[in-house]
Design a protein around this ligand. Sequence first.
Ligand SMILES: [Zn+2]
Length: 201
Amino acid sequence: MTAIILDYFGDWKTRLLTCPTCGWTGTFREGLTEIYDSLEDCECPGEHGSLARPMLAILPFPTLEDSRRNWASLPEAEKAHVEAIEVSLNAFERLKLRSAAALPDLPDPVLDLLWDQEGDEVVLRLGDREVWREPVRYEAVWRFDEVLALLREKYGARLRDLLPTPASEYHLYGDKLWSPGAVQRTREGLRLAWEAAQQTP
Ligand SMILES: [Zn+2]
């Protein structure tokens, strides 16, 4: 059987689902639900012995655009949640590092930078000097990579490291188990490029 794909702005809260195997019937939230990044799914809570529980329905979460298109039907709490996300996204878009030219000149021959976090802001540091700060994003390895590309554009082969501090790890890595390894590999690549540049006169 294939699971029903529900419409977040539809009648899924009251719609009855029926298990084709055991005959259980109930609403989405009465089933065995599990939440993922972009959807919630519902397995049959009925008696299935050692057999796999049938997946009855999948509820994809709306994007910000979906929510705006269906604004009138959103409960107040969800409107507040969507608005908070939009405010945070707008602040990020306004304040984020966009170009290498916005970075300060640093005369140091070797740059071992820190990716630190203070409150809701990522702070790039060189020793006790602050190089850049911008609003933090969650699960932000993609942003780490973007900023690193701009740092390399500005500082070239003098950039030897961009080391995440413990204070930054929760937001940088999030729930993604692969995140620390990905950042580690990126840093190793940076170090190799730095070493290669030392051997070139
Ligand atoms: Zn069942």
